[in-house]
Write a protein that binds this ligand. Structure first.
Ligand code: ADP
Ligand code: MG
Length: 332
């Protein structure tokens, strides 16, 4: 096991190559980076930190930790309609981290930089007595004033979601040994979705002008829908039978129907949940075909009850409201 080179060598050897194609990063040789604004556009900024033992398992592959750290941030930019451009990276490393770990971590970043067209432009590296922590701050471009907000859903809008819901949360159950009855192929599909989110970057951009409000699903479908409803002061009614499920999730629910609660509240989906007028449903269907990502209507927005908070109602297949004990992931 090799110990870690000094901070300067780490930057030189591992991080500088990730910054070489972005002029404003100045080869990571300055105190700060410059992001030149594009004409008539503004920057959307987002940061999310992953903590070992909280957001990933301490022995998860370094490459996947890196890609997840970047991708959860790209997912937020996608939900806002922004095109990702650059990111910064703050690393808090416990003394147990090896150079091999860093090399794999950087390899993971390089793969996703290529895939999503983003560049590392700076960061900070520290040792910590605490758990390994990876914080990314991502920046994206958007036409001035056009960022898709949480607060602008209207009653009468339909509620849509991209991709499939619940796979990652079920994958975490598998990793925790709470789903021993699932076959290996189902288990692996679910674990993959937990470890490596698929941010809807191309699709998110195309929602500009179609979505009236959007959020990325990270805390859980129910909790994130509630965030939109409260910000927009509308109520939502969701038909849970319409919530899109992968074949693996169907198999997991088939083995134990109580897992529907995990699907609806579990989180880590990194799909886009959005509201849009029903009149754009046809355009959305074409868009879904074009970008090869499912877009599914799951319910509708209604007027919030006068004098009380926005409600989120999940209906079962017979139209009865479901009582779900846990609303979604919260840290505190
Ligand atoms: P400072 O002394 O101002 O904190 P540092 O020595 O931490 O500067 O960083 C030197 C350069 O290396 C800066 O350009 C910084 O952005 C970059 N850098 C440091 N750590 C990282 C990292 N983990 N990822 C990307 N760039 C980094
Ligand atoms: Mg520093």
């Amino acid at each position: 096991m090799t110990s870690l080179p000094c901070e300067f060598e780490l930057i030189e050897r591992y991080f500088r190559p990730l910054a070489k194609a972005f002029p404003g990063a100045y080869g990571l040789n300055d105190d700060a980076a410059v992001i030149a604004p594009l004409p008539d556009q503004e920057l959307v900024a987002k940061t999310d930190a992953l903590v070992a033992g909280v957001h990933f398992l301490p022995d998860d592959p370094a490459e996947l930790v890196a890609r997840k750290a970047l991708r959860v941030n790209l997912s937020d930019l996608a939900a806002k309609g922004a095109a990702p451009r650059a990111y910064m990276l703050d690393l808090m490393l416990p003394s147990t981290v090896t150079e091999e770990w860093i090399a794999k971590f950087v390899y993971g970043l390089a793969q996703d930089q290529e895939r999503y067209g983003v560049h590392l432009i700076g960061g900070d590296t520290n040792m910590t007595p605490g758990p390994l922590t990876v914080a990314v701050m991502a920046f994206g471009d958007i036409e001035r004033g056009r960022m898709i907000r949480r607060s602008t859903a209207a009653r009468g809008d339909a509620v849509f979601v991209t991709g499939t819901i619940g796979d990652a949360a079920l994958g975490l159950e598998v990793l925790h040994g709470r789903a021993p009855n699932l076959g290996a192929s189902v288990a692996n599909v679910l674990i993959d979705r937990y470890r490596l989110p698929q941010p809807r970057v191309v699709l998110g951009r195309r929602l500009l002008g179609l979505a009236s409000a959007a959020i990325d699903v990270s805390d859980g479908l129910l909790a994130d829908l509630r965030h939109v409803c409260e910000a927009s002061n509308v109520s939502a009614v969701i038909e849970t039978v319409r919530v899109p499920l992968s074949a693996a999730a169907r198999a997991a629910i088939g083995a134990d129907p109580r897992r529907i609660a995990t699907v609806l509240t579990g989180g880590d989906d990194y799909e886009i949940l959005f509201a849009a007028p029903p009149s754009v449903a046809g355009v959305l269907a074409e868009l879904s075909e074009e970008v090869r990502v499912p877009i599914t209507a799951i319910g509708r927005m209604e007027a919030a009850p006068i004098g009380s908070k926005a409600q989120v109602t999940m209906l079962d297949e017979s139209g009865k409201p479901l009582a779900l004990r846990r609303e979604g992931w919260t840290h505190f």
